[in-house]
Design a protein around this ligand. Structure first.
Ligand SMILES: NC(=O)c1ccc[n+]([C@@H]2O[C@H](COP(=O)([O-])OP(=O)(O)OC[C@H]3O[C@@H](n4cnc5c(N)ncnc54)[C@H](O)[C@@H]3O)[C@@H](O)[C@H]2O)c1
Length: 264
């Protein structure tokens, strides 16, 4: 059955190592994306930190201090198709391939649906959902052409499964879409040895969340069974698992990492 041969790493060290691999992390300058970029780099990958925020440059210089020529910064807005094509082309030029794509870039401005301007709805969908499509298409075309498989990890949300608060209708629509996209694309790319999975974080302390209404966050936090918000690195550990040979039999799956929040 099937066309893929299984790969069994000899040791745990080998399974978790990303040496010789190249990863793109969208929205990699801050928050969850930054933590993921750090762990993938620590695991040995070349990392492309892709983010319009110039803070990315400081992270990339840290990476290059630690291991020469192992990182690249791009200012890519994931909703801009031409910029996404350039991001992938520059990655291949610098490192020869794209093996791992982490679709992390996302925004979550809170607003009641009744007051929402259509452009506000479109912007969230363009970044959180169309952006995932554009990056996945560009990176997976490259992976297919190179013929050595790949791993794609989409950072969705518990809101991909269930709304966490009022005011996120555009966000919830985009994240439910991202989960549907993950499953469909996992099916399409499986024959090419490309695994596509998602991580659904609950509440994680990031610069984006610290800009939200404090009362809303306090209410959210009071409903987390583990009693606290998550740390970005707790999402990064799951991303490393899905991006490495720790998860060779997983595709089309969504890992919920939420301190138990969805149990309510
Ligand atoms: N923090 C949470 O509680 C939480 C929970 C569930 C899901 N998520 C998801 O995790 C992802 C990261 O969230 P975060 O909390 O770290 O956010 P954040 O706002 O702290 O950081 C997001 C990063 O993405 C970048 N970005 C924004 N728009 C972009 C674009 N168009 N193209 C490329 N990069 C862009 C920003 O510059 C920033 O560096 C998002 O997809 C978010 O929906 C976060």
């Amino acid at each position: 059955m099937g066309t893929q041969t299984s790969h069994h790493p000899e040791s745990l060290k080998e399974a978790i190592s990303l040496e010789g691999k190249t990863a793109i992390v969208t929205g990699g300058a801050m928050g969850i994306g930054r933590a993921i970029a750090q762990r993938l780099h620590e695991a040995g990958a070349n990392v492309v930190v892709s983010d319009p925020n110039s803070v990315r440059d400081e992270l990339v210089s840290q990476f290059i201090d630690a291991r020469a020529e192992s990182a690249l910064a791009t200012d890519t807005d994931v909703s801009d198709g031409d910029a996404v094509e350039a991001m992938v082309a520059n990655t291949v030029k610098a490192f020869g391939a794209v093996d791992i794509l982490i679709n992390n870039a996302g925004i979550y401005p809170s607003m009641p649906m009744l007051e929402m301007d259509p452009d506000q709805f479109r912007r969230v969908v363009e970044i959180n959902l169309t952006g995932i499509f554009l990056c996945t298409q560009a990176a997976s075309r490259e992976m297919v052409e190179r013929g050595r498989g790949g791993r794609i990890v989409n950072i969705t949300s518990i809101d991909a499964l269930h709304p966490s608060m009022v005011g996120l209708s555009h966000y919830d629509a985009s994240k439910h879409g991202a989960w549907g996209f993950t499953k469909s694309v996992a099916l399409e790319l499986a024959p090419h040895g490309i695994r596509v999975n998602a991580i659904a974080p609950g509440g994680v302390s990031t610069p984006g969340v610290s800009g939200m209404d404090a009362a809303m966050i306090a209410e959210f936090e009071s409903m987390i069974p583990l009693g606290r918000m998550g740390d970005p690195d707790e999402i990064a550990m799951a991303a490393l698992f899905l991006a490495s040979d720790m998860s060779t039999y997983m595709t089309g799956s969504q890992m919920v990492v939420d301190g138990g929040r969805l149990l309510h």
